[in-house]
Design a protein around this ligand. Structure first.
Ligand code: UT7
Length: 346
């Protein structure tokens, strides 16, 4: 029996908090590799071979993170056949809020008319959605909430330096949302989160907070853009995602071959291939969705999950492993069991 602790939880039997509805939204505008090659010294060949990315979506000038989150949320609520008034808590995972104050979750709560719900933002970088699922699951399990609306939404193009070829090829905008409840079609049977703050400077936006408030100098020095030590982050991403997936399998008494689908954070196709190889999971089982979305940060896993579900890959009883890595440095892992409601109620 695995003990519950602050970092991880394993639930066996029927009483697993579950995903009851899913939805996502990608803005209409796109940025292609050719567009980027007209801005910086890069090429379609370099970007495709080093990242697997061909294009990414970009929020329109009038679209903020909340606008993306609201559309994804409405789709998730419709999928769950739930009225916004039945939501007890809105959790928005984002590193690109509409503004530092108030929490963007408040804007979403109001727009949806989720009048009974509390609302808060959560920032764990690209691991944010999985951190949110860890949190939502605990709220449901404790009985503090009946329905949690969890959103991963980011507009990283707003903090991307289009003069820096090392980063500008990577990021796109998007939102994914889900409703978590006591019963649904994807049961969370394992959840864990982790962090190594000693390496936080590998992915950061240096200015604009209390450490380095905005000034003419911080703008001139381009310190409001996302900075990334690409190759070190690459190595950490592979290591941490592999380790947390192995921990999850061990905790649940599972072998890698028991996992039907892996839905990882979509940062770079080469990272995903390396993770799959080390876990000895065949590539066809890994959902790779990065080509047309780029890295959408906290939105990437719910977008990939929703898109994979739409392409009707999942079969009842299959196990799905979610794993993510991002700024912080943070990582997180969940194992879900696909259990369509007819089967759950049987
Ligand atoms: O979501 C979590 C956050 N982010 C990530 O997970 C990103 C993780 N890192 C990566 O995806 C990869 O490290 C990158 C795609 C960012 C870079 O790929 P890489 O294979 O690690 O390349 P590199 O940084 O080692 O650079 C290799 C060369 C360098 O040239 P020199 O110094 O060898 O002459 C770079 O200057 O490639 C150059 N380079 C580029 N060339 C053309 C870097 N970016 C570009 C570019 N176009 N866009």
């Amino acid at each position: 029996m695995i003990p519950h602790n602050a970092r991880s939880s394993v639930t066996r039997g029927a009483a697993c908090p579950s995903i009851l509805g899913l939805g996502h939204y990608l803005p209409v505008d796109t940025i292609t590799n050719l567009d980027l090659a007209s801005l910086v010294d890069t090429s379609d060949e370099w970007i495709t071979s080093r990242t697997g990315i061909h294009s990414r979506h970009r929020a329109g000038v009038a679209e903020a993170t909340s606008d993306l989150a609201i559309i994804a949320s409405r789709r998730a609520l419709a999928d769950a056949q739930l009225d916004p008034g039945q939501i007890d808590l809105v959790i928005l995972a984002t590193a690109t809020p509409d503004a530092p104050v108030p929490a963007t979750a408040s804007t979403v709560q109001h727009a949806l008319r989720a009048d009974r719900a509390g609302a808060m933002d959560l920032n764990a970088g690209c691991s944010g959605f999985l951190y949110g699922l860890h949190t939502a699951e605990a709220f449901i399990r404790s009985g503090s909430a009946e329905h949690v609306l969890l959103i991963g939404a980011d507009t990283l193009t707003r903090v991307t330096d289009y003069k820096d070829r090392r980063t500008c090829v990577l990021f796109g905008d998007g939102a994914g949302a889900c409703v978590i409840a006591a019963k649904g079609f994807m049961q969370v049977i394992y959840s864990s989160v982790g962090c190594d703050g000693s390496q936080a400077d590998l992915i950061c936006i240096p200015a604009g907070g209390s450490r380095l408030p905005s000034s003419v100098k911080t703008i001139e020095d381009r310190q409001h853009y996302l900075q990334l030590d690409g190759s070190r982050v690459f190595r950490q991403a592979v290591r941490r995602m592999v380790e947390s997936a192995r921990e999850a399998l061990d905790a649940c008494g599972l072998a890698a071959s028991d996992i039907a689908w892996v839905i990882p954070h979509q940062a770079n196709e080469r990272i995903l291939s390396a993770v799959a190889e080390k876990l000895e999971i065949p590539i066809p089982k890994v959902v790779i969705d990065v080509a047309e979305t780029g890295n959408t940060s906290a939105a990437s896993v719910p977008i990939a999950l929703d898109r994979a579900r739409a392409s009707a890959h999942f079969e009842p009883g299959q196990l799905i492993l979610l794993v993510a890595f991002g700024a912080g440095l943070t990582w997180a892992c969940q194992i879900l069991r696909y259990a369509p409601l007819a089967e759950t109620n049987a």
